[in-house]
Write a protein that binds this ligand. Structure first.
Ligand code: FAD
Length: 401
């Protein structure tokens, strides 16, 4: 019987497997995962799971009914694409068609203490949760999405939190400083100390039973009971060395617009992959949940012989400091920024435009703008800029002409 193997049992891998069955694939289907846990969702890890409001974020899937053979705790160690074999600790696993969905792994900070925390896996979240005791001094390295969400939860749990960010403003990897700076007040309101423009230069063991001194480049030392490092993630593709599967310069599997890799019958999806976007005229590597979900559907269709192009409008959300932050599209430094803000309301929307055409938007507690804006981005609908800037006018009513 034919066998499709999906490597990586995260959102992208699981959703690809489910979509293969939904599309009528009746052959063998193996989902191989490095972690021992059944597939689970990552976004709740830095939210409800860390807070203790949820014990886990496992996907509710009937694997037996779908005849998905879960092989957990078994990383793929290598790929022999000539012989169509995966190498695992237990031996070789043959496949007819293969989907790579191994996600991303956190970037390590050199010299970080052995007991410091990362936040990528279910086990990471449980270990960090156990350390976030009321009064604990928590130093979070990185004011990106994960750092901001971890700071939010640590404060809710009664910790004393400092966030250190080497860039000049929070969220610097994703947003211009003008926007990142708008989130500074959120840290202050929550009682989180935010230090930007200063990197961590090292760590020392502090005197006493526990604790670390976090050394900053400006000479400051911060005492910490808990150190969390959230400085980004890189595609988890090292195991593909020598396989013939081409990687892009950032280490992601260089898929084409059908999510096919450079090796026949091998596809790639989710955080581990990049793909050329005709919509944006560049190769995109999107590390967001929606990409894992939407990409899985296209990958499954094409694995089964379809010819679907993958060219999404990227979307993600973040829940931080009691706010729902959502972003859709893709902006570049040359795009014009337009604000939609009601002075009497806390929420706001920033729209990036090329001429009159919106290319991206960021909303804070304005879900309706996000939903309507997303459709405008997809259709590249030109806007009447005066109306678009008026927060009392619905975005869909700000269409030009
Ligand atoms: P992953 O979820 O990383 O899954 C890949 C799986 O492959 C992992 O389980 C890994 O163990 C396994 N694997 C790796 N190597 C091998 C191997 N060699 N063999 C077998 N298995 C292997 N996005 C949002 O849009 N909004 C959010 O609010 C949000 N919050 C997040 C919070 C956290 C804490 C994290 C970590 C991410 C968050 N994301 C969020 C991002 C989102 O979760 C990811 O984009 C998504 O999980 C990517 O799915 P994936 O399946 O490609 O990769």
């Amino acid at each position: 019987m034919e066998r499709i193997v999906v490597v990586g049992a995260g959102t992208a891998g699981l959703q690809t497997a489910v979509a293969l069955r939904e599309r009528g694939y009746g052959g063998g289907l193996v989902l191989l995962g490095a972690e021992a846990h059944p597939p689970y969702d990552r976004p709740p890890l830095s939210k409800d799971v860390l807070l203790g409001k949820a014990e886990h974020s496992r996907f509710e899937v009937d694997y037996d009914q779908l005849r998905i053979e879960l092989r957990l705790g078994r990383p793929a160690l290598g790929l022999d694409s000539d012989r169509r074999l995966l190498r695992t600790e237990e031996g070789e696993l043959p496949y007819d068609r293969l989907v790579l969905a191994t996600g991303a792994a956190p970037v390590a900070l050199p010299g970080r203490p052995a007991d410091s925390h990362l936040l990528r896996t279910h086990d990471d979240a449980l270990r960090l949760k156990a350390a976030l005791r009321p009064g604990a001094r928590v130093v979070i390295v990185g004011a990106g999405w994960i750092g901001a969400e971890a700071a939010t939860v640590a404060r809710q749990l009664g910790c004393a939190v400092t966030v250190v960010e080497a860039a000049g403003a929070p969220l610097a990897g994703a947003l211009p400083a003008e926007l990142g700076d708008r989130t500074r007040a959120w840290y202050a309101e929550a009682g989180v100390e935010l230090r930007t423009g200063v990197g961590v230069s090292g760590f020392d063991r502090a005197p006493g039973p526990s604790g670390t001194a976090v050394r900053l480049a400006d000479g400051t030392e911060l005492g910490a009971d808990v150190v969390v490092v959230g400085i980004g993630a890189r595609p988890d593709t090292g195991w593909l060395a020598g396989s013939g599967v081409a990687l892009d310069p950032r280490g992601a599997v260089a898929a084409d617009d059908r999510l096919r890799t450079t090796v026949e019958d091998v596809f790639a999806v989710g955080d581990c992959a990049s793909f050329p976007s005709a919509r944006y005229g560049e190769r995109l590597a999107v590390h967001h949940w929606d990409n894992a979900l939407q990409g899985a559907r296209v990958a499954a269709a094409n694995v089964l012989g379809g010819d679907e192009a993958y060219d999404p409008v990227p979307y993600f959300w973040s829940e931080q400091f009691g706010r729902m932050v959502q972003y859709a599209g893709r902006h570049t430094p040359g795009d014009d920024l337009l604000w939609r803000q009601d002075p009497d309301a806390a929420g706001w929307t920033a729209l990036w435009l090329r001429g009159e055409v919106p290319v991206a938007l960021l909303t804070v507690d304005r879900p309706r703008d996000l939903a309507q804006g997303r459709r405008l981005l997809e259709r590249r609908t030109p806007l009447d800029l005066t109306r678009a800037a008026d927060p009392s006018v619905q975005l869909k009513a700000a269409v030009a002409g």
